[in-house]
Design a protein around this ligand. Sequence first.
Ligand code: VL7
Length: 134
Amino acid sequence: MPVDFSGTWNLVSNDNFEGYMVALGIDFATRKVAKMLKPQKVIKQDGDSFYIHTTSTFRDYLLEFKVGEEFDEETKGLDNRKCKSLVTWENDKLVCVQTGEKKNRGWTHWLEGDDLHLELRCENQVCRQVFKRA
Ligand code: VL7
Protein backbone atom coordinates (compact mmCIF):
# COMPACT_ATOMS: atom_id res chain seq x y z
CA MET A 1 0.00 0.00 0.00
CA PRO A 2 1.49 3.33 -1.04
CA VAL A 3 1.55 6.10 1.54
CA ASP A 4 -1.46 8.44 1.50
CA PHE A 5 -1.12 11.93 2.98
CA SER A 6 -4.76 12.85 2.31
CA GLY A 7 -6.66 14.47 5.13
CA THR A 8 -6.99 17.54 7.29
CA TRP A 9 -4.09 18.16 9.60
CA ASN A 10 -3.55 20.58 12.47
CA LEU A 11 -0.17 21.91 13.52
CA VAL A 12 0.89 20.73 16.97
CA SER A 13 4.58 21.68 17.04
CA ASN A 14 6.79 24.05 15.12
CA ASP A 15 10.50 23.93 15.91
CA ASN A 16 12.72 26.77 14.61
CA PHE A 17 10.05 28.38 12.44
CA GLU A 18 11.68 31.67 13.45
CA GLY A 19 15.09 30.64 12.03
CA TYR A 20 13.43 29.48 8.80
CA MET A 21 11.56 32.77 8.43
CA VAL A 22 14.74 34.81 9.10
CA ALA A 23 16.52 32.79 6.38
CA LEU A 24 13.67 33.69 4.00
CA GLY A 25 14.04 37.37 4.89
CA ILE A 26 10.59 37.74 6.47
CA ASP A 27 10.39 41.04 8.38
CA PHE A 28 10.11 41.23 12.16
CA ALA A 29 6.46 42.31 12.35
CA THR A 30 5.32 39.53 10.00
CA ARG A 31 7.38 36.93 11.89
CA LYS A 32 5.82 38.05 15.17
CA VAL A 33 2.34 37.35 13.81
CA ALA A 34 3.32 34.23 11.84
CA LYS A 35 4.89 32.40 14.76
CA MET A 36 1.66 32.63 16.78
CA LEU A 37 -0.30 30.79 14.06
CA LYS A 38 -1.52 27.21 14.24
CA PRO A 39 -1.89 26.45 10.51
CA GLN A 40 -4.02 23.67 9.14
CA LYS A 41 -3.16 21.60 6.07
CA VAL A 42 -5.72 20.05 3.77
CA ILE A 43 -4.00 17.49 1.57
CA LYS A 44 -5.65 15.75 -1.37
CA GLN A 45 -3.58 13.03 -2.96
CA ASP A 46 -4.64 11.21 -6.11
CA GLY A 47 -1.82 8.94 -7.15
CA ASP A 48 1.06 11.32 -7.82
CA SER A 49 -1.15 14.43 -8.00
CA PHE A 50 -1.15 16.58 -4.90
CA TYR A 51 -3.18 19.50 -3.58
CA ILE A 52 -1.76 20.97 -0.39
CA HIS A 53 -3.65 23.91 1.09
CA THR A 54 -2.05 25.48 4.13
CA THR A 55 -4.46 27.85 5.86
CA SER A 56 -4.31 30.14 8.85
CA THR A 57 -6.09 33.19 10.21
CA PHE A 58 -3.39 35.38 8.61
CA ARG A 59 -2.28 33.92 5.24
CA ASP A 60 -3.13 30.91 3.06
CA TYR A 61 -0.93 29.04 0.64
CA LEU A 62 -2.07 26.61 -2.04
CA LEU A 63 0.31 24.28 -3.84
CA GLU A 64 -0.69 21.82 -6.57
CA PHE A 65 1.82 19.58 -8.31
CA LYS A 66 2.57 16.19 -9.80
CA VAL A 67 5.43 14.15 -8.45
CA GLY A 68 8.33 14.10 -10.93
CA GLU A 69 7.16 17.16 -12.92
CA GLU A 70 9.06 20.41 -12.35
CA PHE A 71 6.86 23.47 -11.99
CA ASP A 72 7.15 27.22 -11.47
CA GLU A 73 6.35 28.12 -7.90
CA GLU A 74 5.68 31.63 -6.64
CA THR A 75 5.47 31.74 -2.87
CA LYS A 76 2.74 34.37 -2.89
CA GLY A 77 1.91 35.75 0.55
CA LEU A 78 4.96 34.02 2.02
CA ASP A 79 8.35 35.40 0.89
CA ASN A 80 7.00 36.13 -2.62
CA ARG A 81 9.90 34.54 -4.48
CA LYS A 82 9.88 32.53 -7.68
CA CYS A 83 11.48 29.14 -7.84
CA LYS A 84 11.58 26.01 -9.95
CA SER A 85 10.21 23.27 -7.78
CA LEU A 86 10.39 19.51 -8.15
CA VAL A 87 8.80 16.98 -5.85
CA THR A 88 9.97 13.37 -5.87
CA TRP A 89 9.46 10.24 -3.81
CA GLU A 90 12.34 9.06 -1.67
CA ASN A 91 10.87 5.80 -0.45
CA ASP A 92 7.76 6.96 1.46
CA LYS A 93 8.99 10.53 1.86
CA LEU A 94 7.79 13.34 -0.38
CA VAL A 95 10.79 15.55 -1.09
CA CYS A 96 10.61 19.01 -2.69
CA VAL A 97 13.61 20.94 -3.99
CA GLN A 98 12.90 24.64 -4.57
CA THR A 99 15.62 25.98 -6.86
CA GLY A 100 15.97 29.76 -6.89
CA GLU A 101 17.62 32.66 -5.15
CA LYS A 102 17.79 30.89 -1.78
CA LYS A 103 20.33 28.08 -1.42
CA ASN A 104 19.38 24.68 -0.06
CA ARG A 105 15.65 25.45 -0.14
CA GLY A 106 13.05 22.72 0.04
CA TRP A 107 10.86 20.57 2.23
CA THR A 108 10.12 16.95 3.08
CA HIS A 109 6.84 15.36 4.19
CA TRP A 110 6.46 11.95 5.80
CA LEU A 111 4.08 10.04 8.06
CA GLU A 112 5.16 8.70 11.41
CA GLY A 113 2.53 6.78 13.34
CA ASP A 114 -0.60 8.98 13.24
CA ASP A 115 1.42 12.14 12.66
CA LEU A 116 2.30 14.13 9.57
CA HIS A 117 5.81 15.56 9.63
CA LEU A 118 7.15 18.45 7.60
CA GLU A 119 10.74 19.61 7.49
CA LEU A 120 11.22 23.04 5.90
CA ARG A 121 14.74 23.97 4.81
CA CYS A 122 16.32 27.26 3.72
CA GLU A 123 20.05 28.00 3.69
CA ASN A 124 21.39 26.66 7.02
CA GLN A 125 18.01 26.62 8.80
CA VAL A 126 15.70 23.67 9.38
CA CYS A 127 12.18 24.04 10.73
CA ARG A 128 10.41 20.91 11.94
CA GLN A 129 6.63 20.81 12.05
CA VAL A 130 4.32 18.06 13.28
CA PHE A 131 0.60 17.83 12.46
CA LYS A 132 -2.17 15.66 13.85
CA ARG A 133 -5.38 14.64 12.11
CA ALA A 134 -8.19 17.11 12.72
C1 VL7 B 1 4.08 27.04 3.96
C2 VL7 B 1 5.72 29.86 5.78
C3 VL7 B 1 7.10 31.89 6.19
C4 VL7 B 1 5.96 34.03 5.64
C5 VL7 B 1 2.85 33.94 7.11
C6 VL7 B 1 2.86 32.54 7.57
C7 VL7 B 1 1.62 31.84 7.05
C8 VL7 B 1 0.50 29.67 6.67
O1 VL7 B 1 5.36 25.49 1.70
C9 VL7 B 1 4.91 25.05 2.72
O2 VL7 B 1 4.37 23.83 2.78
C10 VL7 B 1 4.51 22.95 1.69
C11 VL7 B 1 4.46 21.55 2.25
O3 VL7 B 1 3.23 21.29 2.89
C12 VL7 B 1 3.36 23.12 0.72
O4 VL7 B 1 3.32 24.40 0.21
C13 VL7 B 1 4.97 25.82 4.00
C14 VL7 B 1 4.32 27.90 5.15
C15 VL7 B 1 5.72 28.51 5.14
C16 VL7 B 1 7.04 30.57 5.48
C17 VL7 B 1 6.71 33.03 5.29
C18 VL7 B 1 5.35 34.23 6.98
C19 VL7 B 1 3.93 34.71 6.87
C20 VL7 B 1 1.71 30.35 7.24
C21 VL7 B 1 0.39 29.71 5.16
